[in-house]
Design a protein around this ligand. Structure first.
Ligand SMILES: O=C[C@H](O)COP(=O)(O)O
Length: 245
């Protein structure tokens, strides 16, 4: 199975989402084994879910809180994003680690809350440039993945996003992606057994229609988590076509 996931981040209004879905529906020929997902900002979840009716598009939230309810001003719960139309949730994106203080300590309760709510988690991992330059890449990834120990998370996907490749136009090399994805696969097998052997591992970081085919040929790459290029429905469609082979 391949997954092409659009992370819109803090982009798009209702009109943009509507136009995106019109273009997508006009050109998309869904094929077996290729999953398309879009993670819009929270306010667009219900609209997108409605627009996606009759299509296999999966709607994800970009984040949600670990607690079920309470005095957490500005937060939304797993149940809320599900109620608003999400079937899954991105967790641990590097921008949330950088700007919102997400750590393994905050992410483990979120993973458990997502699973309890029946939301498929997409856990993002990846090293900074300083960590790569210091030779710490695999150790960083090992620590980020360790929160998966001993618990199965239905619908789990991993997104490997080297922080230095996000939004920079500097895509990781095929050799770098191959090394890290093989390492992640080994860790997942050790942590989760059979589920770890089958968990999709996506690559993210300056994915475009020009480089996606090459990235998809790397062993253990099961698709992409795409930021900038996913805002343009024509480019997103092209990525889906490339994933379909
Ligand atoms: O979630 C998506 C990633 O952060 C990649 O973003 P990008 O495709 O704009 O580099």
């Amino acid at each position: 199975m391949r997954i092409v996931a659009a992370n819109w981040k803090m982009n798009h209004l209702r009109a943009d989402a509507t136009a995106f879905m019109e273009t997508l529906k006009a050109g998309w020929k869904p094929v077996e084994g290729v999953v398309a997902a879009v993670a819009p900002p929270f306010p667009l979840l219900p609209l997108l879910q409605g627009l996606a009716q009759g299509t296999p598009l999966r709607v994800y939230a970009q984040n949600a809180h670990a607690e079920a309810k309470g005095a957490f001003t500005g937060e939304v719960s797993m149940a809320m994003v599900q109620d608003a139309g999400a079937c899954g949730v991105i967790l641990g994106h590097s921008e949330r680690r950088q700007y919102n203080g997400e750590t393994e300590a905050t992410l483990l309760p979120k993973l458990k809350a997502a699973a309890a709510q029946g939301l498929a988690p997409m856990l993002c991992v990846g090293e900074t440039l300083a960590q790569r330059d210091a030779g710490e890449t695999l150790a960083v990834l090992k620590a980020q993945l360790a929160i998966l120990a001993g618990t199965g998370f239905p619908g789990l996907a991993i997104a490997y996003e080297p922080v230095w490749a996000i939004g920079t136009g500097r895509v990781a090399t095929v050799a770098q992606i191959a090394e890290v994805h093989a390492f992640i696969r080994g860790e997942l097998k050790a942590l989760l057994g059979d589920q770890g052997a089958a968990t999709p591992i996506l690559y993210g970081g300056s994915v475009t229609p020009d480089n996606f085919a090459e990235i998809l040929r790397v062993p253990d790459v099961a698709g992409g988590l795409v930021g900038g290029a996913s805002l343009d429905p024509a480019k997103f469609l092209r990525l889906l076509e490339l994933a379909a082979g």
